[in-house]
Write a protein that binds this ligand. Structure first.
Ligand SMILES: Cc1cc2nc3c(=O)[nH]c(=O)nc-3n(C[C@H](O)[C@H](O)[C@H](O)COP(=O)(O)O)c2cc1C
Length: 161
């Protein structure tokens, strides 16, 4: 029987706080299912992936399909340092607005692309929130995160077999 809850680190890229609010809500909603910690990307280096955890990227989109300002340095360092991330499992919540149809939710999708290039394995599909629908991002992202945590749990069980 499994005795330990999975460790989940949510890496937050945000400009106006939506992604941060999602991370807070996920922490509060699932503290009985995982040891969840949210980290702002502006303090991060690729060394964060040395931690024994599953990672949830939670990033919005700015400029012309770019990552938000507080995520720029972290994203750039991943491209420059090219760490070997074959041990990493991750999920992605990407925030955007279909008004920007050409670049919809590219912030999180950029992280998905670079993490997979570096050898990491995504658990689940990328979840995208479209701000033009008027729905609150956390109302959609938190239930999605519950399903995603089930995928994390299944993956941990499979590794113990
Ligand atoms: C100036 C500006 C530029 C944006 N550019 C894009 C974009 O290129 N593509 C996209 O899908 N969404 C874009 N968005 C929408 C944001 O990503 C979306 O509103 C998101 O929920 C903001 O989350 P945050 O508060 O965590 O930063 C843009 C929003 C603003 C204000």
């Amino acid at each position: 029987m499994r005795t330990e809850l999975p460790a989940v680190k949510i890496l937050v890229g945000t400009m106006t706080g939506n992604a941060e609010r999602i991370a807070e809500e996920i922490e509060l909603s699932f503290d009985d299912r995982a040891r969840i910690e949210a980290l702002d990307m502006d303090r991060l280096t690729p060394a964060v992936f040395d931690d024994d955890a599953v990672f949830l990227i939670c990033s919005s989109t700015y400029g012309q399909g770019d990552v938000p300002d507080n995520a720029r340095d972290f994203y750039k360092l991943l491209g420059e340092q090219k760490p070997d991330l074959r041990h990493v499992r991750y999920g992605v919540i990407s925030l955007g607005d279909m008004t920007y149809a050409q670049t919809f939710a590219n912030g999180g999708k950029r992280f998905d692309a670079i993490l997979s290039q570096l050898g990491a394995t995504r658990l689940g599909e990328v979840f995208c929130h479209d701000a033009s629908t008027g729905t609150l991002p956390e109302d959609e992202a938190v239930p999605w995160a519950g399903e995603w945590l089930s995928t994390v749990e299944e993956s941990m069980l499979a590794q113990q077999l």
